[in-house]
Design a protein around this ligand. Structure first.
Ligand code: SER
Length: 319
């Protein structure tokens, strides 16, 4: 039987850190090559340096390691992207082109390209946003993902490259920290809660956003990528729904474990980004095509986050 050999870009990021572990379990550790632009000294040997915008460098690694699949996670996210719009466009698209070109030239089996709820803007209905809503993103990150979705579809239609994609909601996990996103508050808040620190939220208390627990996000990714090709009918990117909540609702959930937990609200530019995104999305196509079903609701997430972060911070005894 043919062995899958997987290359992951952005493997040191929030999702990459956890997805790589899951891929190693599924495919065998020796069959997963985790790469990132910067490799911290403690990650040497686990993470290999790769500038994903450099097509020649990507091609070399693919050939040397007989790679058959790429998970292209490297990107600059929504909030950070607004600091340097042109650089963000350049990095997000240039790296996607490098990956798609290598996949085409070396006839790779599959490519995974993450998209985001950031592709939606004012024209999409705010609640229960459907798969085929008009895309008018407001951030350069969203623009790069909306364009990337079209390129994914183009490479599939024109060259037969099997590119698959998900529009992730905000991802909440204890294993890693997000960097530069608008949904990051929903991870930071748990770190503050377990350390008994007050939390200042940069969104308004009633701004709802779609979110997903890391375990669900990783499972969705692997289920999509392992599904038979003929089941994958959406070749731009699938809406992926798990749950939606506001800052006030996550605070209420955390209070079940920490009744004294306090959040204050001091909105910044990320509130406008969040306002431009759906507060909830529909994912009927993902349910139908590859049987997507989320497992974690808000209190399940709070429970897991608090248990795991207490271990991480060595807070065994106290609640
Ligand atoms: N979590 C991402 C962000 O906030 C959205 O895809 O930028």
């Amino acid at each position: 039987m043919k062995v899958d050999k997987v290359l992951v870009t952005g493997a040191g990021g929030q999702l990459g850190t956890v997805l790589v572990k899951a891929l190693k379990k599924l495919k065998g550790a020796e069959n997963v090559l985790a790469t990132d632009l910067y490799v911290k000294p403690e990650d040497k040997g686990l993470l290999f340096p790769l500038d994903a915008t450099n097509e020649v460098a990507v091609a070399e690694l693919v050939v040397e390691n007989n790679i058959t699949q790429i998970y292209h996670l490297a990107a600059i996210l929504s909030a950070k992207g607004e600091e340097q719009p042109l650089k963000t466009w350049d990095i997000n698209l240039k790296s996607l082109f490098a990956i798609l070109e290598v996949a085409r030239k070396y006839k790779l089996d599959k490519v995974f390209f993450p998209s985001s709820i950031a592709v939606f803007g004012a024209s999409a209905s705010k609640q229960n946003t459907p798969q085929d809503a008009y895309l008018d993103p407001t951030t350069v990150y969203g623009i790069s993902k909306a364009a990337g979705e079209q390129w994914a579809n183009y490479y599939f239609t024109k060259y037969g490259v099997d590119v698959r994609s998900l529009r992730y909601p905000g991802i909440i996990g204890h294993q890693s920290l997000p960097g530069g996103g608008t949904t990051d508050y929903a991870v930071d808040i748990y770190h503050k809660a377990v350390n008994k620190e007050p939390f200042i939220c940069y969104l308004k208390k009633d701004t709802a956003l779609p979110m997903i627990f890391m375990a669900d996000a990783v499972r969705a990714t692997l289920e999509l990528m392992e599904a038979p090709k003929e089941q994958i009918k959406t070749r731009t990117s699938y809406n992926l729904n798990a749950l939606s909540f506001t800052p006030a609702q996550i605070v209420e959930s955390i209070k079940k474990w920490y009744p004294d937990f306090i959040a204050t609200y001091k909105e910044d530019f990320r509130e406008a980004i969040a306002q431009s995104w759906p507060s909830s999305i529909l994912d009927i196509q993902a349910q139908e095509d590859w049987k997507w079903e989320p497992h974690y609701l808000l209190d399940d997430i709070s429970n897991e986050m608090i248990i795991e972060l207490k271990k991480k911070y060595n807070l065994h005894s106290q609640l």
